[in-house]
Design a binder for this molecule. Structure first.
Ligand SMILES: Nc1nc2c(ncn2[C@@H]2O[C@H](COP(=O)(O)OP(=O)(O)OP(=O)(O)O)[C@@H](O)[C@H]2O)c(=O)[nH]1
Ligand SMILES: [Mg+2]
Length: 144
């Protein structure tokens, strides 16, 4: 009998405003690449990654959603069954952090998994946002 490719399968979803770098995070995580001309996602993209955790083989199914509003109806259907939700913002664009509340509401509305882990990720930190943006305090008070 063929050996199974994995012991556990996890569905992960990446959400957040358009342009915050969701697809770039996924590209770095799966292929260790970066594209400064990364095209805006149309609808939803998908990648898989295999990882080993101690003796267990994990398969991650990663769903990268478009942040643009016109795709919202489509992307909301992908929240279903996700075990992990990665909510991204751009730490050089304050508005993307202010929209985090909106995305949390989307998670409350569409996630079907009470135990889903919600993770907040600040992207583009390479630009030294902590010293430039001056809104570090509001970020440290974020609650899931
Ligand atoms: N300097 C810098 N640029 C980044 C970083 N991450 C992403 N970018 C750039 O930011 C732009 C938007 O990145 P995307 O990954 O397409 O953003 P997205 O969140 O997937 O956007 P949508 O698909 O429209 O929702 C691209 O030009 C990327 O190259 C980063 O960490 N640092
Ligand atoms: Mg994208």
């Amino acid at each position: 009998m063929a050996e199974s490719t994995h012991d556990h399968l996890f569905k992960l979803l990446i959400i957040g405003d358009s342009g915050v770098g969701k697809s770039s995070i996924l590209l770095r995580f799966c292929d260790d690449e970066f594209n400064e001309k990364q095209a805006s996602t149309i609808g939803v993209d998908f990648k898989t990654k295999f990882m080993q955790l101690r003796s267990k083989k994990l398969k991650l199914a990663l769903w990268d959603t478009a942040g643009q509003e016109r795709f919202r109806t489509l992307t909301s259907s992908y929240y279903r069954g996700a075990q992990g939700i990665i909510l991204c913002y751009d730490c050089t664009q304050r508005s993307t952090f202010e929209h985090v509340k909106f995305w949390q509401d989307e998670v409350r509305k569409y996630s079907t998994n009470q135990d889903a882990i919600l993770m907040l990720v600040a992207n583009k930190a390479t630009w030294g946002c902590q010293t430039h943006c001056g809104w570090t305090k509001s970020r440290t008070t974020w609650k899931p």
